[in-house]
Design a protein around this ligand. Structure first.
Ligand code: GLP
Length: 256
């Protein structure tokens, strides 16, 4: 596990975008695993800027999103379909046919889950998976539980997750109680994983991710076993880590 800490969210976002951009430059038909939540928004802004400057081309890129709310219409402005179009896809030259987001409105939801993993496998697998992290250390929508879920599945959201995400809805009641998410196993199969965390409220989850016991009660802890994980943090999210475990990059020049 490699840990890089930046002084602030702006630098963290720039670095994450640069890593994704280099993946696309090295392999134009890369398979990207994408995340929602507020944390990756800065990364997406930087990617859009790089696209506008002609530095990256998304025309051959394929994407798979981690998750989607269950039974929330995709045109609802809180759906992850809406989020991805608004924050990234509408602003780059990605081929819409290459975009994959779990369909929380599918009639046959079991088949939707099975199929999602199949399509990922058939694509050759995810080259780089972008992750945020929940305050309770969830990744995608894999909530703390008694076993690691291997595959894409339906999950009942923790009350703490619904409360955390209520800030995007007009009331807590409107936050869906369920979601469809790639399993920890589906995420773990990614060749490279980039986990972003910003802010004090993520510090405990990050501490447990790095030092804690590997347990499904801390879903992100499984990343300790992955061979290519980079945590990109700001100083607040890293505040409980021991200094020797990471380098703080203060100067923007150091990331250029
Ligand atoms: C949601 C998403 C996660 C995301 C988490 C953290 O629950 N399903 O993928 O990591 O929120 O969100 P934020 O970045 O807004 O803290």
């Amino acid at each position: 596990m490699r840990i890089i800490v930046y002084q602030n969210y702006q630098l963290l976002s720039k670095k994450a975008a640069q890593i994704i951009a280099s993946q696309i430059i090295l392999k134009p038909n890369s398979i990207l695993g994408l995340a929602t939540g507020s944390t990756p928004i800065g990364t997406y802004k930087n990617l859009i800027k790089m696209y506008e400057e002609g530095l990256i081309d998304f025309s051959k890129v394929t994407t798979f999103n981690l998750d989607e709310y269950y039974q929330l219409p995709i045109d609802n402005n809180q759906s992850y379909h809406f989020f991805m179009n608004d924050n990234l896809f509408n602003h780059i030259n990605i081929n819409k046919e290459n975009i994959h987001i779990p369909n929380g409105m599918a009639k046959d939801i079991d088949n939707e889950c099975l199929n999602y993993d199949k399509i990922i496998d058939n694509s050759g697998g995810i080259d780089i998976q972008l992750l945020g992290i929940g305050n309770n250390a969830h990744i995608g929508f894999n909530e703390p539980t008694i076993n690691f879920n291997k595959k894409t599945h339906i999950v009942t959201l923790d009350e703490s997750t619904r409360k955390a995400n209520a800030r995007f809805f007009s009331s807590l009641e409107e936050v869906p109680t369920k979601a469809i998410t790639m399993g920890t196993g589906s995420i773990f199969k990614s060749k490279k994983i980039l986990l972003l965390a910003s802010g004090k409220n993520k510090a405990k989850a990050i501490y447990n991710t790095v030092y804690g016991e590997v347990t499904p009660e801390v879903p992100s802890s499984i990343l300790q076993f992955h061979q290519d994980v980079i945590l990109i943090l700001d100083t607040e999210a890293a505040s409980l880590l021991k200094d020797k475990d990471y380098e703080v990059l203060n100067e923007i020049s150091k990331v250029r």
